[in-house]
Write a protein that binds this ligand. Structure first.
Ligand SMILES: C[S@@+](CC[C@H](N)C(=O)[O-])C[C@H]1O[C@@H](n2cnc3c(N)ncnc32)[C@H](O)[C@@H]1O
Length: 482
């Protein structure tokens, strides 16, 4: 486990290589984004140290998401890789086991899923938490209308997610919330007198004392046609809203125009997480999301003065979270919060989706990956040399045209060949640069010969960097810091 080298793309910050080794195992480090597989990362967290856990793992949907990411150019493929329910549960069980371990005895746990796996998940959770620790299945109506786009389907359109809520003992935080009265309910208070608006409410079960008291106050009426006597219920005597039950139909999906929209597939509304955090924790408590995506949970926790830990396997997601912390709260990585990366072996890097690999390589090199996935004509990222910081002091923006950078090209191939070098040379020239970095697992002889030839000509310099070198560089920096 290691601290990440480079801060995300935050205005006013330059990528710097300043790595410190992670502290001893099992040390609680709130305000941390762990980038890696949660099964590994959770081992860093001490037992019974977390007050509230929410998770929203990828569903057993067997779907491929093709989603537009950020802007129109970039498409991002999301694979839900679990072929069947058993595989999904086998994958989740040890992870939920770790989550159970880190949850305090007084803690609460929320598992967000949908119909694809919900019934299997419930059984797994009953086994791990104990049937008696099951509190609720919250049913969240996740689209505003009733799936009208699928109105022609020969089944009822599915419009809800399930959120299973468990505790670990009989002692836990529950700050009951109430939701606003609906207009239909409010319309019933159509009468008024000098004390305010009221309605007539049937008095079905009542003690003799209650009846006598209300009667004395002139609040009871009994019409011959009514089965029960009725009493005057004043609006101002109500308790400020209807208690929230397990049907959550008052939290809308994120409006595409909303300020909170990040564009991350499966992003959940901030208000959903705010409700969970408000109900099941208090200010200062520690909130954990081990499948954190674009960081909705940690953003809600930050907003509500809780401490937080986010984990995600995707370096892209971790960068997005980091950026979100800056954009929403002006929190800076390294000062206000930390990112820790899982050490990745060459084999693991080979398995990463291409876009993730590209991001990893650019960041490991000290550069900034392109946000767009395509349309950048062979340039996957940019490395800003240190002199840029001088320009920064002179008041020139890091991301303006005036910046000097070296293009980075990343190929997730065993041996980059001569044509790859030729293409990169063209890209460098087109960008009016004279030097660029090329990352691959290795380079063919022809590729190296061409790089040397270009170097001799003195016109264009291409620096070949192997993945092995990047990993070695990381280790050296880590050793120095240690
Ligand atoms: C459904 S998304 C979570 C969305 C999140 N609730 C939000 O509002 O942005 C699931 C996330 O889990 C992450 N993930 C999948 N497997 C993981 C693992 N083993 N460890 C950590 N994160 C994982 C994925 O990268 C993805 O970002």
């Amino acid at each position: 486990m290691r601290k990440r080298t480079h801060p995300p793309v935050q205005p006013g910050k330059l990528p710097v290589i300043a790595r410190t080794p992670a502290g001893p195992k099992h040390q609680l480090k709130p305000q941390t984004i762990y980038c890696g597989d949660n099964l590994v990362m959770l081992k860093e967290i001490p037992s019974e140290s977390i007050d509230l856990i929410y998770i929203d793992p990828p569903f057993n949907s067997n779907r491929n998401y093709e989603v537009f990411w950020g802007d129109t150019q970039e498409k991002r493929a999301f694979n839900d890789r679990f072929g069947d329910a058993k595989a999904y549960i086998d994958y989740m069980r040890p992870r939920v086991g770790e989550l159970y371990r880190v949850l305090k005895k007084t803690g609460s746990f929320y598992y967000h899923c949908d119909w694809h796996a919900s019934h299997y998940v419930k059984i797994m959770l009953d086994e791990l938490f104990g049937f008696n620790n099951f509190q609720d299945e919250i049913v969240w109506k996740r689209t505003a209308n009733s799936g009208s786009s699928k109105a022609n389907a020969k089944k009822f359109p599915i419009n809800t997610d399930s959120i299973f809520y468990y505790v670990k003992s009989t002692s836990f935080t529950f700050n009951a919330e109430r939701k606003k009265y609906g207009p239909e309910y409010l319309r019933r208070f159509k009468y008024s007198d000098k004390y305010g608006n009221y309605r007539w409410q049937a008095l079905k079960t009542f003690s003799k004392e209650t009846y006598n008291r209300l009667d004395k106050e002139g609040k009871v009426r009994k019409s011959p046609s009514a089965k029960y006597p009725e009493f005057k219920q004043y609006f101002h005597e109500l308790k400020g809203g209807i208690p929230i039950d397990n049907l959550w139909d008052d939290i809308s999906p994120i409006n595409p125009m909303a300020k909170e929209i990040i564009g991350y597939p499966t992003q959940k509304p901030l208000s959903l997480l705010e409700r969970i955090i408000n109900v099941s924790s208090n200010p200062g408590n520690i909130i954990l999301d081990a499948f954190c995506g674009c960081g909705t949970t940690i953003a809600a926790a930050e907003k509500l003065n809780r401490r937080w830990i986010g984990i995600d396997i995707s370096p892209t997601a971790c960068n997005v979270m980091s950026q979100r912390m800056w954009d929403f709260f002006k929190l800076t990585e390294g000062r206000d919060f930390h990112i820790e990366d899982q050490f990745r072996s060459t084999d693991e890097l080979r398995q990463l989706p291409h876009f993730e690999f590209q991001n990893w390589a650019c960041i490991a090199l000290g550069g900034i990956p392109n946000k767009r996935k395509s349309g950048d004509f062979g340039i996957d990222g940019k490395l800003y040399p240190i002199e840029t910081s001088k320009k920064k002091k002179e008041g020139l923006g890091l991301f303006g045209d005036i910046d000097i950078y070296y293009p980075i090209q990343v190929k997730q191939v065993d041996k980059a060949g001569r044509p790859d070098i030729d293409n990169f040379e063209t890209a460098i020239r087109r960008d009016k640069r004279r030097k660029g970095y090329f990352v691959a697992f290795d380079f063919s002889k022809e590729a190296i010969t061409e790089i040397r030839r270009l170097d001799k000509e003195g016109d264009i310099e291409i620096i070949p960097v192997t993945v092995g070198q990047l990993l070695q560089m990381e280790t050296q920096v880590l050793q120095k810091a240690g």
